[in-house]
Design a protein around this ligand. Structure first.
Ligand code: ZN
Length: 130
């Protein structure tokens, strides 16, 4: 099965974007009904995670707290000036795996798949393999 790719256009420096619909569309396009879906982010300053998609304040709090844990300025050495983004991306991680059953992503009732931008705004890529 070919790797399916799609773009995410981020609009803020730090941002979480729900990509559940796009990932489900990739699963549907693959015609795979039972298997494992891997979502992979081919960037060093962006990540992917699964978390609550019911209350938008969860994402707001998540973003607020991760910016406290890893401040943008902290005497970093990296010349590009975006060490905080590299750190946050590795902390959250570059891939997620989701079970596919009957052609559908098996997610909990309140779960969504989030693309996490840490050095935006940019146009980013997401790879999906089922
Ligand atoms: Zn850098």
């Amino acid at each position: 099965m070919k790797t399916i790719k799609f773009n995410v256009k981020t609009t803020a420096h730090t941002q979480m974007i729900d990509i559940t619909r796009e990932v489900q569309e990739a699963v549907t396009a693959s015609c795979v009904t039972d298997g494992i879906c891997t979502v992979f982010i081919p960037h060093t300053t962006a990540a992917v995670t699964i978390n609550e998609n019911a209350d938008p304040d969860v994402v707001r709090d998540f973003t607020m707290e991760i910016n406290k844990i890893v401040p943008w300025e902290d005497g970093y050495h990296h010349m590009e000036g975006n060490s905080a983004a590299h750190l946050k991306a590795s902390m959250i991680g570059f891939s997620e795996q989701i079970i596919v059953e009957d052609g559908r992503l098996v997610l909990g009732t309140w779960q969504g798949i989030y693309f996490c931008e840490y050095d935006g705004p940019r146009t980013r890529k997401v790879f999906v393999k089922i």
